[in-house]
Structures are given as structure tokens and as C-alpha cells.
Design a protein. Sequence first.
Length: 117
Amino acid sequence: QVQLVESGGGLVQTGGSLRLSCAASGRTYSYYAMGWFRQAPGKEREFVAANSRSGAQNYAVSVEGRFTISIDNAKNTVYLQMNSLKPEDTAVYYCAAGPTLIQFAYWGQGTQVTVSS
């Protein structure tokens, strides 16, 4: 099993920035990629970004150019730097880990990000 713990959420004004972190523990050798998803009230969970251990990255169109994902393999930690935040970025952000950039088997508990207008 892999345990994922997110941190760094909070309240920020439109145009502001936040940095999310997610630390993995347990069988960290069992995943190839880590990523971020989000779920806004009344909406389905959606993909945000993913980063493989080898450096491959994938972003949702809605965040490309504003969000940057990075991974520290030595620390088993993935980060999400979020800039130019908009009210529509408000959601619970979930960390995930899995065997590919598009398959995720492990999930964190989520951290709330609220962007005020």
C-alpha cells in the first residue's frame, strides 16, 4: 500500500498563488507517476496534472501555463505550484499515485483550495 498526505491548501484571492505538497510513504516503489486531481462542489473529479519519475508531464488544458507540477523522487513528494488562481480553481485537490501518467491506484484525503473573487 501507498499512503499519500497532502498539505498546502487554503484561501487565496483571485490572481494569487498556492503551493500544494503531497508526501508518499509505504510501498513507494510500486508507483511510476504521481499526480493531482480536483473536485469542485457538485462536479465530478477531474484530472489536473501528473508527473512521472522519469520526468514526463501531463496537464489539463484548463491549468496549462498557470500550474506547474514537479516531483522529488528522493523525498517521494510531488508538488503543485498554482499561479494566477481563478475562482473556478476552487475545489478539493487530491494527490494520486499509480503505474502510468493516466492510471492511478492510490489517493490522498484531499486538501481544500478556495479562491475568492
